[in-house]
Design a protein around this ligand. Structure first.
Ligand code: SAH
Ligand code: SF4
Length: 357
């Protein structure tokens, strides 16, 4: 598969042009066409010589990602279903301005993007893992989610969270490339502090990120504060048990900056007082804030969310131990509800689409 146009990096393009004897200013001209004017083909780059356009067309694939469906309306969470060039389906979610969303100001629009088709990690609460892993997205396919959603919605995206389908750190090379494009001034120009990557806890990659110069934020999906509980809901905990994971986090926090935790509350599974106390210890060790997310029912899974009283009780234990913990609202702008269940919704939509064709 040829690399796609929306995965182009300015510096690499400059090398490509140099090798062909084209003037270096062309590189910026081309990235402007792609990332600012957002054209979908080299033929549309009218100020480039025909010969160069042909050379670029031979080298790069032009986006074949197609928005096949939009769910939701302008003032609510909108879900975008994409068909990739190999027919696989992925979803992105656009979340409108919302108070206290990852500590960002309230007038920001957030996109939740996918990093893979499916997910190999099979967390027991997550629809994305239910049907396994198909493939990694390339950088262009990640970036295209932003471009297509801005185009379709007419909204300007301010925040990006990698909380859609897939485990971003299992696709690290393409993830870092996509983030470079999303962040660069010649690219989409979204500030690194407005980009959040969520991981289920791949310890080696967390260490690797600690050594990178990138500035984006990191969120850790903890969901269990002891190996016993976490292992029960996240198979990845067997590979990287809490001791190994938290040491990697210590290293990350020491080298870089704070991370934040996500903790889904599942009734009778991880919502006990004891888990809250253990979670508080971990949060204090890493100076991490915690986002508590009431579990969202997934078709085919028997778990449910605790009562609102229990959710608040869990939160207050954390607070009593001096930990900053936010509790997401049940419905509405629920980013987890929006993003955590992409696979399932995608599959359902696919079936519906098949019926309607
Ligand atoms: N693989 C990465 C990123 C994608 S999942 C990770 O695991 O962190 C991102 C988040 O989706 C999870 O942390 C969780 O907060 C949310 N999520 C998944 N399934 C959910 C469910 N059933 N209810 C609520 N949140 C869910
Ligand atoms: Fe994969 Fe994250 Fe879902 Fe776990 S929670 S199955 S790592 S997408």
């Amino acid at each position: 598969m040829k690399p796609s146009l929306t995965g182009i990096i300015l510096e690499e393009l400059a090398d490509f042009l140099r090798e062909r004897g084209a003037p270096s200013y062309r590189a910026k001209q081309i990235t402007d066409w792609i990332y600012k004017k957002r054209v979908a083909s080299f033929d549309a780059m009218t100020d480039l010589p025909n010969e160069l356009r042909a050379e670029l067309t031979a080298e790069f694939d032009t986006p074949k990602t197609e928005v096949v469906r939009v769910l939701g309306s302008k003032d609510t969470t909108q879900k975008f279903l994409f068909r990739l060039r190999d027919q696989n389906l992925i979803e992105s979610v656009l979340i409108p301005a919302s108070p206290a969303l990852y500590g960002q100001p309230s007038d920001r629009r957030t996109i939740c993007v996918s990093s893979q088709v499916g997910c190999a990690y099979g967390c027991k609460f997550c629809a994305s893992g239910l049907e396994g892993w198909t493939r990694n997205l390339d950088a262009g396919e990640i970036v295209e989610q932003l471009i297509a959603v801005e185009e379709k919605s007419g909204e300007k995206i301010d925040n990006v969270v990698f909380m859609g389908m897939g485990e971003p750190l299992a696709n690290l090379k393409n993830l870092l490339r996509a983030i470079r494009i999303i962040n660069a001034s010649w690219g989409l120009g979204i500030g690194a502090r407005h980009i959040t990557v969520s991981t289920s806890g791949l310890a080696p990659q967390i260490r690797e990120l600690a050594n990178e110069s990138t500035q984006f934020r990191l969120a850790l999906s903890l969901h269990g504060a002891t190996d016993e509980v976490r292992g029960q809901i996240m198979p990845v905990n067997r590979r990287y048990p809490l001791k190994v994971l938290l040491e990697a986090c210590d290293y990350y926090v020491a080298k870089k900056r704070r991370m934040m935790f996500e903790y889904i509350l599942i009734a009778g599974v991880n919502d006990t007082d004891e888990q809250a106390r253990e979670l508080a210890k971990i949060a204090r060790r890493l100076s991490a804030k915690i986002n508590l997310i009431p579990y969202n029912t997934v078709e085919g899974l028997e778990w449910s969310r605790p009562s609102r009283a229990r959710q608040k009780g869990f939160q207050s234990i954390l607070r009593r131990h001096g930990v900053v913990a936010t509790l997401r609202r049940e419905k509405g702008h629920d980013i987890a509800a929006a993003c955590g269940q992409l696979r399932l919704q995608t599959k359902q939509a696919e079936r519906e689409l098949r019926l309607s064709v």
